[in-house]
Design a protein around this ligand. Sequence first.
Ligand SMILES: [Zn+2]
Length: 385
Amino acid sequence: MTQPLAARTLMEKLVSFPTVSRDSNLPLIDWVEEYLDTQGIACHRHYSPDGGKAALFAHAGPNAAGGVVLSGHTDVVPVDGQPWNTDPFTVTEKDGRIYGRGTCDMKGFDALAIWALVEAHHRGVKRPLQLALSYDEEVGCIGAPPMIDRMLQVLPKASAVIVGEPSMMQAVTGHKGGKGFHTHVVGFEVHSSLMHTGVNAIMSGAKLIEWANEMNQQNSAKPVDVIDAAFYPPWTTLHVGMIEGGTAHNITAKDCRFGVDFRCVPSETLAGWEELYRAKVREVEAEMQAVHPEAWIKIKERFSVPALRGETEGEAERIARQLTGDNANHVVSYGTEAGQFQERGYSAVICGPGDIAQAHQPNEYITAQQFSAGEAFMARLLDSL
Ligand SMILES: [Zn+2]
């Protein structure tokens, strides 16, 4: 057996793999599996459909149900076009801040979780600890559901899941649900001087985007439902983050593609918003087809993340509160894999080091203080197991 590595060393290693969601995470997964193997821990993998990525999970302690899962994602968002002062894939500490892509979201937590798993294995815990590392979280939490299904087949079922997204080590018990759609608008091309005879896909798509603007305005003006009050903002938001389309300035655009994403408060449903969006799509499509029958709009679901709902007497929440001493109520407006674990029958909570404000940013960092708080949390967790 080689010496176990410190959590900080593990983080440095994990950050050195540029596991941007569009690229493979297999070099990182290979390294983690090899490391855990040297420590005597067996790993299981679940591959993405194309085999280019994998999730990894492992179990330490007695071969029994009722353990605790530490769950993180291995992918990070791109650094393209961001002004970094240091190499994003080399951990650099300065003035109490540890810089590097993923230090905050969320390889810092992944490192702590790997460290804790190895400790649990060597110490011999009474209650099992499990590690779950997913892929493709940053592109809509796509990788976790098949991984969780596989875990349920392969490992004894744990009773609580701690998803270590950056929460400043507070126990977060709720988040909004999210759903995103690819929208493809197909128009009919004519010379722009005769635009009344063609259908411009961009200008038709703009009607759907303007609808999203209107919905945001209406939602923000509605009275806040009491069960949504803790969220920031306490209303459902619609967002268009990417768009492309058109061929030339003097041709009515044939194609326009964009995404429409919904972040939905608990008092409303994703299904309800999907229905509203589909109705608006049909309305705009009918207007397009009135000009030319070959025009159409197709929408395709890109991701769907169930909301994390507050549990009554939740085991995960109990553990997180006991270990952090945090008894306040926290909810967040971003989606996580916690809702997906909960949907599959686990008690789940979000609790991890770092501030979400630093996630996805150029010069992403976690403070050394937060990383130490994460280490202290893991130490207390191991004692409790
Ligand atoms: Zn994350």
